[in-house]
Design a protein around this ligand. Structure first.
Ligand SMILES: Cc1cc2nc3c(=O)[nH]c(=O)nc-3n(C[C@H](O)[C@H](O)[C@H](O)COP(=O)(O)O)c2cc1C
Length: 200
């Protein structure tokens, strides 16, 4: 998996996809089999989907757009944190496991960033490489609290475009919107050759 860097954009994703496909194609030829590439990170509209599919990827993975759906089982408070966020509220932090993660700066996150270590006893021992006594918060507790809507103790993960979410839709309505937008893109920009095919 390739990690996206701070301040990602559609252009960054497109460049990453080009790099990945160029490498993947060599292995496909070597082993004579197709290797699926799934594009993810910042894909927000049907137009985005159509754009990245034109590279010749096998599919897309979308997280952020589906958080604010009726079917998503996080609390309404969690969904409202997305809807009420601005671009400036979205930051990349280091998780207790040492990986970067994009979050919304809610009351909990502001506290974590201000205080060196929040008093936390580890009740789980869930992940081996988590140094429970050294980290400044317990990610399992923070994720559970956020899922339940407790913004004082909860960590709200999100994608770079969370601030662009304006409403809660049903999954079928969202899917229809994405299909409509993709169709408009294809109508105005008829498919030439896929990037994947041009590098063979
Ligand atoms: C609320 C939320 C939680 C996520 N949790 C994880 C996770 O635990 N592990 C992981 O590898 N990716 C996680 N992701 C990343 C998604 O799997 C996905 O690749 C990414 O969000 C796609 O970008 P997008 O949100 O801009 O569509 C999470 C994303 C969101 C929005």
């Amino acid at each position: 998996m390739m990690m996206m860097k701070k301040g990602t954009s559609a252009i960054d994703l497109d460049n990453i996809l080009k790099d990945v496909l160029e490498i993947i194609i060599k292995y496909e030829e070597k082993y004579n089999r197709k290797i699926p590439v799934i594009a993810a990170g910042g894909i927000f509209t049907g137009k985005d989907i159509a754009r990245v599919m034109n590279f010749g990827v096998s599919g897309v993975q979308m997280g952020t757009r589906f958080v604010c759906t009726e079917e998503c089982d996080v609390s309404d408070t969690f969904k409202q944190a997305y809807i009420n966020s601005s671009k400036e509220d979205i930051k990349i932090i280091m998780s207790p496991l040492g990986y970067p993660g994009r979050v919304i700066l809610n009351p909990f996150m502001k506290r974590v960033l201000e205080i060196d270590k929040i008093k936390t006893a580890c009740s789980f021992r869930c992940i081996k490489n988590c140094k429970a006594d050294k980290v400044n918060f317990c990610i399992a507790k923070a994720l559970l609290a956020a899922q339940k809507g407790n913004m004082e103790d909860g960590l709200v993960f999100c994608g770079e475009n969370a601030h662009r979410v304006t409403e809660i839709l049903t999954v079928p309505a969202l899917m229809q919107e994405l299909v409509n937008e993709a169709e408009i893109f294809y109508k105005h920009k008829p498919e030439k050759s896929l990037y994947r095919d041009t590098i063979k």
